[in-house]
Design a protein around this ligand. Structure first.
Ligand code: GAR
Length: 203
């Protein structure tokens, strides 16, 4: 069986990347292998996490490209050069164009820190999602893994997991609980689900 070659796209801390690396090490992603990590910002912790596990990694600094199209062309070149089958957005906080998502239809997945369709779409990322959930007073939130299309957080849902909001939660406390109880669990599971599906399609 050919393992699906995975590229993980990141922008910062990389705790979801770590969950994927740990899951692969523990044999929980038998149909895939993390072949490449790309950050749209240089010098982030996520790139160190990749290096620590010996995974090839690089930064494509969005600001050093004259346009979104030029940035995406460089991204596309890297993905093709590494024979990538599946892209996982793990805390990747840049938007990808319709041109790009069309080229990778059903081959990009994203983790979002809420129960879509709540608190999602343009402007909802990172801590802002948890600030909005607390401001609205919801008692249950969670995380979602979904396919990526041209609509921000609009693609088909693959997995979701609910998390209770507790009295006294701050955005930071809630963010951490959603990561621990939901994101780090469902992202590796979704990666294996999609890799296994892609493997069966290429048989
Ligand atoms: C995670 O909570 C992820 O769900 C969120 O950014 C954080 C990245 O943390 N992503 C989004 O908000 C996407 N809209 P990490 O770098 O430690 O994985």
């Amino acid at each position: 069986m050919k393992k699906q070659q995975i590229a993980v796209l990141v922008s910062g801390g990389g705790t979801n990347l770590q969950a994927l690396l740990d899951a692969e090490r523990d044999g929980l992603i038998p149909h895939g292998t993390i072949a490449l990590v790309i950050s749209n910002k240089p010098g982030v912790r996520a790139l160190e996490r990749a290096s620590e596990r010996g995974v090839e990694n690089l930064a494509l600094d969005r600001k050093s490209f004259p346009s979104q199209a030029a940035f995406e062309e460089a991204l596309q070149t890297q993905l093709k050069d590494h024979g990538i089958d599946l892209i996982i957005l793990a805390g990747f906080l840049a938007i990808l164009s319709k041109d790009f998502t069309d080229r990778w239809e059903k081959r990009i997945i994203n983790i979002h820190p809420s129960l879509i369709p709540a608190f999602c779409g343009a402007g909802f990322y990172g801590l802002k999602v948890h600030e909005a959930a607390l401001a609205r007073g919801v008692k249950i939130t969670g995380a979602t893994v979904h396919y990526v299309n041209e609509i921000p957080d609009g693609g088909e849902i693959i997995l979701q997991k609910a998390v209770h909001v507790q009295p006294g939660d701050t955005p930071e406390i809630l963010q951490r609980r959603v990561m621990e109880e939901a994101e780090w669990q469902i992202l590796p599971r979704a990666a294996e689900i999609v890799c296994s599906l892609l493997s069966s399609q290429s048989d």
